[in-house]
Design a protein around this ligand. Sequence first.
Ligand SMILES: [Cu+2]
Length: 180
Amino acid sequence: MKKILGLMFLISAFSLTAFAQKNMENMENMKKAKPTEKDKTEAIPGGGVLKRGAAIGKSKKVSLAKVMANPNDYAGKMVRVEGIIVRSCKMEGCWMELAPSKDAKSVRVKMKDHAFFIPLNSAGAAAKAEGVFGVKTLNKTEVDHLINDDGAKFDNRNADGSVTEISFEAVGVELKRKTK
Ligand SMILES: [Cu+2]
């Protein structure tokens, strides 16, 4: 009898946890902001800059190449970086792949909390961003979504489809179209 009670307790505790988790996910999705038409299509100027998110402050400037070489030295600290946007989210403009130069390896920059967005045609523009580096593992579902829906590319998928990558949570960005 004790065993059965214990088992029943375990099962109900487990389903309650699953229920709570599902509810949290739903709430997350509901409070996720959506980009407006202006967010998606505003032109990136060549003369001035297009600012999105918080104004960029005076945190330490670091080079993307150095961060990629030693990501753990920079994790968790607010810093400023700059680079060229190699690719960006085609759906909502919620991330961009930022590289030191056009053909170099890039870092995924996510607009923090999905709270602000960059134009959908941001690729090719120069960007400054302020935020925090971290090393993150994206599961297979997240990676598939980024590839199939958002137009991302990964050259480093693990056997199970997941990806561990350096990521940057931006609180603010400034974009500028390169003029030649
Ligand atoms: Cu997106």
